[in-house]
Design a protein around this ligand. Structure first.
Ligand SMILES: Nc1ncnc2c1ncn2[C@@H]1O[C@H](COP(=O)(O)OP(=O)(O)O)[C@@H](O)[C@H]1O
Ligand SMILES: [Mg+2]
Length: 349
């Protein structure tokens, strides 16, 4: 079984009105067995719809869904071995921790003592020991999260789905939990589809990222590919704080960006292009480059944020050189490193 999940040209339209817009527009992708794929994109782009079609909670209007090589397009949720963990973890408030986790097993006919044993095992797996008799209201947000995770894992699903599971947690807990989910996924070799709108979360946990925009896949690849080589302005902007400048591709393949000349990683046809630059791609104090005057700076502890005025307009720079901070109004020269600079077509926004 090479593919855990496979979508072939899947579209989804809600309701019966054929004139209604498609929520998902002919998307194709695979989630290989034992890997974690995130579906990343802004609100309303079709992430939850895609996840619910994997779960069998929505059926596609057209296209084919395979799981483990089997066509499951018309099968309901009970006929697919899939568990889903939602944004609100929806624990039963009147049931203690063990009963919450055993619930699914009990529903599938497993006797109470065995279900409780397996629930305690799952709770140990997510690092929640000693809370078996507590009610959800007696747990912290992070602990409730672990209960929800144990409840999904105890069913030993072929595929585990997460829909923005961390959005109710504070920033520190979010970082901690996302690492734990990743560690657990790798240890148990789970096949996971994980929805988020947070690019740093996607970068931190994924084998593969699928970026969606308005019901379509804008790009998919490894975190490194998406961050370092976005193929469109949308992906460049969504995957980080890139600023996008207009450039001109020359017949010799090089790209002119104001006074700067750069050689793109991928060949581009001559004409107008856009150049997306990460704030960490600028090198300060180069011998030749773009003249820049410092307008604003902020000290963030482990780096400086600088805002410069240049002939290209405002340029945002992140510098980890903490030993020589620039004074207000400083005049310097900016050059581009080879990393963090992407040339994207001007037409494909
Ligand atoms: N049950 C529904 N009925 C009608 N339209 C829906 C329904 N669920 C979602 N949509 C629409 O489908 C599009 C995609 O929604 P969704 O998949 O929830 O996006 P996301 O999870 O990326 O925020 C949105 O335009 C949304 O309004
Ligand atoms: Mg959603």
């Amino acid at each position: 079984m090479s593919n855990g999940i496979e979508f072939r040209n899947v579209s989804k339209r809600y309701g019966d009105d054929p004139a209604a817009p498609l929520a998902v527009k002919g998307i194709s992708f695979e989630v290989p067995v034992g890997t974690l794929t995130t579906i990343l994109g802004p609100s309303g782009c079709g992430k939850t719809t895609t996840l619910r079609m994997i779960a069998g909670l929505e059926s596609p209007s057209s296209g084919t869904i395979l799981m483990g090589g089997r066509d499951v397009t018309t099968l309901g949720p009970a006929e697919r071995n899939v568990s889903m963990m939602f944004q609100s973890y929806a624990l039963f408030p009147h049931m203690n921790v063990v009963d919450n986790v055993s619930y699914g097993l009990r529903m599938s006919g497993i006797k109470k003592p065995e279900a409780a044993d397996r629930a305690r095992e799952a709770l140990r797996g997510v690092g929640l020991v000693g809370f078996d008799q507590r009610l959800p209201s007696e747990l912290s947000g992070g602990q409730q999260q672990r209960v929800a995770l144990a409840r999904a894992l105890v069913l030993e699903p072929d595929v585990l789905l997460f829909d923005e599971p961390l959005s109710n947690l504070d920033a520190r807990l979010r970082r901690e939990m996302r690492q734990e989910i990743r560690t657990l996924q790798q240890r148990l070799e789970l096949t996971v589809a994980y929805v988020t709108h947070d690019q740093s979360e996607a970068l931190a946990v994924s084998d593969q990222i699928i970026v969606m925009n308005q019901g379509e896949i804008a790009q998919r690849g490894t975190p490194e590919q998406l961050y370092a080589s976005p193929e469109s302005e949308f992906v460049a902007g969504f995957m980080g704080e890139a600023l996008v400048f207009p450039g001109v591709a020359q017949p010799d393949g090089r790209v002119q960006l104001g006074p700067l000349t750069l050689t793109p990683r991928h060949a581009v046809p001559p004409g107008v292009v856009k150049v997306a630059v990460r704030p960490e791609a600028w090198q300060l104090g180069a011998a030749v480059g773009l003249s820049a005057q410092l307008r604003k700076s902020a000290y963030l502890g482990n780096f400086y944020e600088y805002v410069f005025d240049t002939v290209l307009g405002t340029v945002f720079v992140v510098s980890t050189d903490l030993s020589r901070p620039l004074p207000p109004g400083a005049q310097t020269t900016l050059a581009l490193s080879s990393y963090g600079v992407s040339v994207v077509p001007a037409t494909l926004a």
